[in-house]
Design a protein around this ligand. Structure first.
Ligand SMILES: Cc1cc2nc3c(=O)[nH]c(=O)nc-3n(C[C@H](O)[C@H](O)[C@H](O)COP(=O)(O)O)c2cc1C
Length: 240
């Protein structure tokens, strides 16, 4: 931990020399006292690229409504020019109940389904989780899919679209906890659809204008976070 102590003491020294109350930034630090180059060069070339956002389904149930909600999210976002969006359906990966011997953090994957899931999730800078609520929590299908991976999600951003009798809020809150362990930062704004008012006969997705209108503000928070986190996932940043 000596590197951390050194970093902290150098930062404190810089603060007290100029203005003790001033935050340390590239504007108020002289060139000679500047932080190490790896910290200063915070904007890698990739940050200029459009962030890639996956819209991840949460249900694999036959007859699910989840896919229609995910498709609606994708169609609503298709016109945006500040990110690219792609539906990633966990059902396509045919993930059995976790069957890897090693915890995901070891990245010692044996099964082809794990390798395919890992490769797909690694492609993205951020995620929109379409979360159904089962027994007041995250569906076992989604929790299982999350358990397969770890580093693939680290230092990325996410937003949640949930639905259920109470907007799926309990599933969404629990999902925030799961994602925190995977080092995914979930934006504050959230989209919540009611089975009673946003679905006809609890089956056909017909979102109310009011609830549909909450998607864009959530994405407006997600995209800058997805871009921001990309800057700390570079090999250069990892070496600091
Ligand atoms: C096993 C099970 C448990 C459920 N528990 C809840 C619940 O706790 N809260 C809720 O709002 N809806 C609950 N529901 C109703 C679901 O919200 C509803 O079936 C919804 O369509 C599920 O999403 P899906 O069709 O995409 O799988 C439950 C449904 C199932 C199948």
């Amino acid at each position: 931990m000596s590197w951390f102590k050194n970093l902290f003491s150098k930062s404190s020294a810089r603060r007290s020399a100029a203005n003790p109350a001033a935050p340390v930034s590239s504007e108020n630090v002289t060139a000679s006292a500047a932080a190490p180059a790896a910290v200063e060069t915070a904007a890698p070339a990739e940050s200029a690229a459009l962030p890639k956002i996956a819209i991840i389904t949460g249900s694999t149930r036959p007859g699910r409504v989840n896919d229609s909600v995910a498709a609606w999210v994708a169609s609503e976002l298709a016109g945006r020019t500040d990110a690219t969006f792609e539906v990633v359906d966990i059902a396509d990966f045919n993930l059995p109940l976790l069957d890897e011997a090693y915890p995901a953090a070891y990245q010692n994957y044996q099964a082809d389904h794990t390798k395919a899931w890992s490769a797909k999730i690694s492609e993205f800078d951020g995620y929109v989780f379409v979360a159904n609520e089962y027994n007041h929590t995250v569906s076992s299908a989604l929790a299982n899919a999350l358990s397969y991976l770890n580093a693939e999600f680290n230092n990325k951003a996410a937003g949640i679209v949930s639905y259920g009798s109470m907007g799926g809020v309990r599933a969404a809150e629990h999902l925030r906890n799961l994602l925190a362990e995977l080092q995914v930062a979930v934006v504050r704004n959230q989209v919540m659809f009611s089975l009673f008012t946003d679905f006809e006969n609890f089956a056909d997705f017909k979102p109310t204008e009011q609830n549909a209108g909450t998607l864009a503000p959530m994405i407006d928070q997600l995209i800058p976070w997805a871009q921001g986190f990309a800057t700390i996932r570079t090999p250069q940043a990892a070496a600091v």
